[in-house]
Design a protein around this ligand. Structure first.
Ligand SMILES: O=P(O)(O)OC[C@H]1O[C@H](OP(=O)(O)OP(=O)(O)O)[C@H](O)[C@@H]1O
Ligand SMILES: Nc1ncnc2[nH]cnc12
Length: 172
């Protein structure tokens, strides 16, 4: 079985969560499987170019971004939901498949010109990743790529990133 098939078999569809009409892609079964979890981290790290920092998007993105950062020998920058970071931040508000949200990054999270890989679990509308890319740039760093475990192609999130390499391990 290919890695893509093993990943797809471990993503659970939950209808009408968190609201009616949304088919939620639950990655927890994949996280329970040590071999597939490790293979996912290695595959994301292999696709990345040389980067200085990995930006992980709260909350599910943290689960992938931290091990990817360690595998790449890069630093980890948590991009958090509003009100969770203690020091001075930049903030961006965006629309989600199921509502709106605000994310923040510490103003001093990056060195000038740091090359940054953004990592998340799901690319849906792309609103979250686009907001994160804006935060990285406002904080003085360069976005070198976006890597996700899974891309929901029917929501066309990839279209927001014309000049940026976007990698996904599985597409739905
Ligand atoms: O491409 P988009 O339409 O922006 O959607 C993708 C985002 O939605 C989910 O996060 P969510 O805000 O549900 O947060 P969570 O990780 O804390 O569950 C997912 O983890 C991505 O970050
Ligand atoms: N359908 C979905 N399943 C899981 N995470 C998501 N983030 C945005 N849309 C999602």
């Amino acid at each position: 079985m290919s890695l893509q098939q093993r990943i797809s078999a471990l993503i659970r569809d939950v209808p009408d969560y968190p609201q009616p009409g949304v088919l939620f892609k639950d990655i927890t079964p994949l996280l329970h499987d040590a071999a597939v979890f490790q293979a996912v981290i290695s595959a994301i790290a292999e696709q990345a170019g040389p980067v200085d920092k990995v930006a992980g998007l709260e909350a599910r993105g943290f689960l992938l971004a931290a091990p990817v950062a360690l595998e790449l020998g890069a630093g980890l920058v948590p991009v958090r939901k509003s009100g969770k970071l203690p020091s001075e931040t930049y903030a961006e508000t965006y629309d989600l498949e199921y509502g709106t949200a605000t994310i923040e990054v510490h103003r001093d999270a990056f060195e000038p010109g740091d090359r940054v890989l953004i990592v998340d679990d799901v690319l849906a509308t792309g609103g979250t990743a686009e907001a994160a890319a804006s935060l990285v740039r406002r904080a003085g760093a360069e976005v070198h790529g976006l890597s996700v475990l899974m891309e929901l192609t029917f929501l066309n999130g990839r279209d927001r990133f014309v000049d940026l390499p976007v990698h996904s391990l599985v597409v739905v």
